[in-house]
Design a protein around this ligand. Sequence first.
Ligand code: HDE
Length: 712
Amino acid sequence: MENGKAASQHNSNGQKRQSAQFADQQVTLGEGGETHQVAGNGTPVLTTQQGVPVADDQNSLKVGSRGPTALEDFHFREKIFHFDHERIPERVVHARGYGAHGYFELYESLSDITSADIFQRPGEKTPAFVRFSTVAGNKGSADLARDVRGFAVKLYTKEGNWDIVGNNIPVFFIQDAIKFPDLIHAAKQEPDRGFPQAQTAHDNFWDFASLMPESMHMIMWIMSDRTIPRSFRFMEGFGVHTFRLVNAEGKSTFVKFHWKPKLGMQSVVWNEALKINGADPDFHRRDLWDAIKMGDYPEWELGLQLFDEDFAEKFDFDVLDATKLIPEEVVPVRRVGRLVLDRCVDNFFAETEQVAFCTQNIVPGIDFTNDPLLQGRNFSYLDTQLKRLGGPNFTHIPINAPKCPFLNFQQDGHMAMTNPKGRANYEPNSWGAQGGPRESPKGYHSYPAEESGPKLRIRPESFADHYSQARQFYISQTPVEQDHIARALIFELSKVETPAIRMRIVSHLLNIDEELAQQVGDGLGLKQLPKPAEAAKPTRKDLKESPALSILKNSPNSFKGRKIGVVLTDGSDMALLQALKKAVKEEGALLEIIAPKVGGVTASDGTWVEAKQKINGGPSVLYDAVVLLPSKEGAKLLSMESTARDFVADAFAHMKFIGYVESAMPLLEKACIADSLDEACIALKDGADTTKFVEACRQVRFWERASKVHAV
Ligand code: HDE
């Protein structure tokens, strides 16, 4: 047996351990200006949490080389103890999310409608943190779940933190917060079996929805392509509820908040979403990270729909009902500023995980309304942070602390980090200037709305129409989008095992649109349609179409911010590749190279071109358009590779634009599309063709192909 001394000089692999050579040197690291000891190789010295330098982090302290571990090993105990406690509870909803820093910049002063400090001085920038999320899936679920996306914005204003905790859909499933636990229980995995994960395609969700007609408007939205966004950068955000803006004279204006993406909206198709989840479950977070790291900062404009009591009285629906929206054609969206995300987090846990959004975080000049969903949320968010972050001092965590001065007499509690100084910890007190902070007349005043009435557990009559806006949403879509809604419903309901639940949903669809109900009934193989569901308010209003509700009617006609995947092999035409790169750059888009081996290829002129992806790791679902540039030999090789054939066949099936060189034909043939090439399959002969191709890509998808790729 080795003696203790000899053994301690080797790590578990038997390699000679580099002994830590401590120099006398010290370095200053970090913004805090802390000094660290430096090890011989210039890196800082590893220490315990107590700052004790660690000499051996490879072996625990043992009695003899093969003996038991000594309880005395404080370094081992501290390390394991800390590791054991790394996890905090994940969010009960919106567990999977991704955040980034940025700023809000105001275009014009809104002092006539609100005294909110953030809206006073044009050009002023307010720091912001945004967290995007899916709702139903657990923290480790995949990004492309068919789900609502959270769009939560924390604005660190000079008069305190203002959180707009919104979604990418302007309405919600329920009207009263008391139903939220039921909704979420029904949507998440079923409690006995613990599945399905991150999906509403199961009995419990559709059972609940079918028994809650108020969810029908939201059902139309979640079955639309809004729930499979191409990335966070291509989706809208909404504050959902009606809020109030209050000016210095105390006048109140109702407001709905909107975030409009600068790049326009874009979604993926469902089959693509399923495949992206396998190919890159982090597709959305990677997209945000990459865009910011490349300096292509994602941007949204803040839009306001402003209206007064008079409008609220006259509007067809109750503005306090979160299952309703106000069409943009009725109250236009006024764009008042922009939100730019320009900095990734330094640490995912410290920032994205610990950020605590609370709907109750509002600032002077902004106020709530009586929307019963919003009122309930104001309790829930504060409460949930206590559970998640472990105590009332979560506001001391840097990501949650205001960036303006804050002073009060709240004290102590677990992990109190910002503690008041001085003798006074109460007020009123008679200690004068030493007595700590005092109230100010400029502080927050609630809008003095008059309220009275008997206490009742009741749903107002004005909330009773559940179908008119559901229909309005449906008829405002293009035929392609309507088809996607029908297909989504058929898909989801096909996973519901109980026929009665399927029937109940179809009975609601009959109140929304008969043709849609027919189509879904047919897709489910129903022999007979049920009777329309009995409605609380039997007469549905026939509302006008609202083109603003469609993604495709608002296409940006630009390929900016999108990505082309280019398949290369040895011998690929370098001149064409260079021309394509130039055209893509000019469009503000990106290009990624996929090759048989990730190392790269030798192009026609002998240059070595590095690849980003190996063909079986970079399927076409990761790209908005694809270009096939293999040499003749290369195409032969790829046509025998199933992942290369899938690459092409999927790009075609997902209605993408495909650029190809003549030599790629064997691959197109093997992918079974050589006979079906259409005008979105563009032959590239010379540099000019590459520009034409990129311009054509501005349509993003060639929807006309749909009938060729969907027979069922
Ligand atoms: Fe939330 N919601 N919610 N929600 N919500 C949470 O708070 C809740 C609702 C939204 O990135 C929780 O910190 C109730 C509508 C977002 O950290 C919790 C009701 C809208 C996020 C909670 C709603 C949202 C949450 C869980 C019905 C869009 C993620 C973790 C009355 C306007 C924020 C947390 C982040 C998170 C409660 C409905 C958006 C439990 C009770 C409507 C974006 O407090």
